[in-house]
Design a protein around this ligand. Structure first.
Ligand code: PMP
Length: 315
């Protein structure tokens, strides 16, 4: 199991043993996907375990909850502290962290009414999402027959549990046909994103990525990579793009907390550029992995040291 090394889970204000962190089968979220969540990474640095862009992730969590009119019964500071506590209690030097807020048990009417908002934080050790080999050699992706939902169906910028059924359909279909990942398009035929990653293209030394107008989740890794690329001197244009633009690109890569910076080498059998990790992607990866490991002082404020968190007492 992916969770073998996890001993403690934070739930509604307390750390508890893995086996005790359970919910009732009548929980609203289990039936309807009525929850919001985050995916965060903690990296090993010389100064100890550090969470990458914890504030940005928690801000997005609160924004996702607000999009569904869900009131999280903790403050951002409390959850920030709880994330660090969870990592510390499990003795992880690096891990993936999953805060989730969801409607618990009270009614199974679609309107959640008085369902309590339950909050839990899991952490576990999770290696490269698309594989170590994918980080070096790139992944093979396919245009999904499933469209990405648009914000008139569900806000794409909110990270809601139920929305991931769309991603699950797409990734299973892609893997069944022998690909590593699906590429979803929006309802106008523009590229949206991977099932769990944003996409960047590089052409003639310039970078391109899309935004919420293409039905994407606004990734925090995407935001970090835009800044890193601009600081490296690249022009980054935020624009809609189509399959033809991807096929004409010199390089392409996915970004995401789980996937980090993963080159895309092939789309439905057509090579992107040389079909190998390109120079721009390699440079972005190098800087990204230096930043998350705390080896670049310019971005130190993106790292929250687990041991240095502000002390906070739960009421
Ligand atoms: N799009 C989707 C659909 C995702 O699930 C993710 C992963 N959270 C991303 C993009 C990338 O977002 P981030 O960089 O914040 O992890």
């Amino acid at each position: 199991m992916a969770f073998d090394s996890t001993k403690y889970i934070w739930m509604n204000g307390n750390l508890m043993r893995w086996q005790d962190a359970t919910f009732h089968v009548s929980a609203h979220a289990l039936h309807y996907g009525s929850g919001v969540f985050e995916g965060i990474r903690c990296y090993e640095t010389n100064a100890g375990a550090a969470v990458f862009r914890l504030d940005a992730h928690l801000e997005r969590l609160f924004a996702s909850a607000a999009a569904y009119d869900m009131e999280i019964p903790f403050t951002q500071e409390e959850l920030s502290d709880a994330v660090c506590e969870t990592i510390e209690s499990n003795n992880f030097s690096s891990c993936y962290i999953r805060p989730i807020c969801f409607y618990g048990s009270d009614t199974l009417s679609l309107h959640p009414r008085r369902c309590p908002v339950e909050v839990a934080i899991l952490a576990w050790e999770w290696a490269a999402y698309l594989g170590d080999e994918g980080l070096v050699n790139g992944v093979r992706i396919t245009a999904s027959p499933y469209l990405k939902f648009n914000s008139r169906m569900m806000p794409t910028t909110a990270k809601a549990c139920g929305g991931y059924i769309n991603s699950i359909l797409a990734v299973r279909e892609a893997v069944n046909r022998g690909f590593d990942e699906a590429l979803l398009f929006d309802s106008e035929g523009y590229i949206a994103e991977g099932s769990g990653e944003n996409l960047f293209l590089a052409r003639d030394g310039k970078l391109f990525t899309n935004n919420e107008e293409s039905s994407i989740l606004l990734g925090i890794t995407r935001d970090a990579v835009i800044r890193l690329a601009r600081d490296l001197g690249y022009a980054v244009e935020v624009t809609k793009f189509r399959l033809a633009d991807l096929l004409a690109a010199d390089e392409a890569f996915f970004t995401g907390t789980a996937a980090e910076v993963t080159p895309v080498r092939e789309v439905d059998g057509a090579l992107i550029g040389s079909g190998k990790r390109g120079a721009v992607t390699t440079e972005i990866q190098r800087v990204f992995f230096a930043v998350v490991a705390g080896r670049d002082a310019r971005y130190a404020d993106w790292l929250q040291l687990v041991a240095n968190r502000p002390a906070y007492a739960f009421s």
